[in-house]
Ligand binder design. Structure first.
Ligand SMILES: COc1ccc(S(=O)(=O)N2Cc3cc(C#N)ccc3N(Cc3cncn3C)C[C@H]2Cc2ccccc2)cc1
Ligand SMILES: [Zn+2]
Length: 322
């Protein structure tokens, strides 16, 4: 009992542990300003995403007003293609991924009124296929992640009636697999074995899409009121098994924990009412251990290099877990 009491006290203290918020704000502004670094070079073509990750983190830290929203909105509109879709940066090709990020940033600043909502929603709806699935752009790559992005974007624009929601839902549930999780395409091998992660049009990075995949499908079903199709106990069990002894969450059994999974797994568990199956205090402790309290920023795991992506998902994860 004494040890349990000490654990509780310790975990409560850590849970109350401070996010080095001011340092993270400085870090985000520095990344925003730095044009020459590796990070800005690699992320140059997905700058629209970077804007979403950085600005949403500032908003979560209640510091949205440290940036000039007019300058940002002007830049976002320069990234819009005549098709109505948005590109990752000025002059690049439009893609559903960047279109959602643009919508989310404009919504963050309460400036959706600058959009030709009909044109943007028509672009997104135009990417729905006969079988209810969505392509990412005109090149036609199909993936359930794009179903979430389309449904999320249209729901923010209040234009879900522009797509066939029933077919979209049927397509997503056709991608369920035996462990209650979801794959990128119907009948795809159990996503645990899947490691191909072709998300951004130009960066073919391998990231176990399992957790991100699960989040996208659960969130799409949540927005469309179709969560009753999810086996909450089966999926909840699979997700809570992602918590390792350090408190972090991993993407697949035996893999290392990663802060961005805090968001993918935690938000999925929250949506299916099974978040009490993991220790939120231990997860918060893991996230706090991944922050660079000197220069700001959060990394994927302790002692790795920080980046804007994990800073966002770390702050978002801690906010939801708190
Ligand atoms: C290592 O350099 C990279 C690697 C990949 C990418 S990416 O393909 O554009 N992308 C976004 C991303 C951005 C940053 C930052 N800043 C860092 C990583 C990261 N990953 C890779 C990753 C994250 N956890 C572990 N891994 C290996 C996810 C990926 C895919 C994704 C995009 C949008 C939403 C969710 C997921 C960009 C930079
Ligand atoms: Zn990660």
């Amino acid at each position: 009992p004494l040890q349990q009491a000490l654990n509780t006290i310790e975990s409560t203290l850590v849970a109350m542990g401070e996010l080095a918020a001011d340092k993270h704000v400085k870090y985000i502004l520095a990344v925003e300003k730095r044009k020459d670094s590796f990070e800005s070079a690699v992320l140059e073509h997905l700058r629209m995403n970077g804007a979403y990750w950085g600005l949403t983190t500032l908003d979560l830290l209640d510091k949205r007003d440290v940036v000039d929203s007019n300058e940002i909105i002007e830049w976002i509109l320069k990234c819009q293609h005549e098709s109505g879709g948005f590109a990752g940066n000025i002059g690049h090709d439009p893609h559903i991924l960047y279109t959602l990020s643009a919508i989310q940033v404009l919504a963050l600043f309460d400036k959706l009124n600058v959009l030709d909502v009909d044109k943007v929603s028509t672009y997104i709806a135009g990417l729905q296929n006969e079988d209810g699935s969505f392509s990412g752009d005109i090149w036609g790559e199909v993936d359930t992640r794009f179903s979430y992005i389309a449904i999320c974007g249209l729901s923010i624009l209040k234009c879900l009636d522009k797509i066939n929601v029933e077919r979209a839902v049927n397509y997503i549930i056709s991608c369920r697999n035996v462990d209650g999780g979801f794959g990128c395409t119907p009948g795809g091998e159990s996503h645990a074995g899947q490691s191909m992660f072709q998300f951004t049009p130009r960066i073919e990075k391998f990231l176990p899409c399992s957790m991100f995949e699960v989040f996208c499908c659960v969130a799409a079903l949540a927005i469309t009121g179709a969560l009753h199709y999810v086996d909450k106990d089966l999926l909840g069990w699979w997700l809570c098994e992602r918590q390792v002894k350090s408190g972090g969450l991993n993407g697949r059994p035996e893999k290392l924990p990663d802060v961005c999974y805090s968001w993918w797994v935690l938000s999925s568990l929250t949506m299916i009412d099974r978040v009490h199956w993991i220790s939120k205090e231990k997860l918060i402790k893991f996230i706090l251990n991944c922050q660079d309290t000197e220069n700001g920023g959060i990394s994927d795991r302790p002692d790795d290099a920080v980046d804007i992506f994990h800073t966002y998902f770390g702050v978002a994860g801690k906010t939801v877990a708190a």
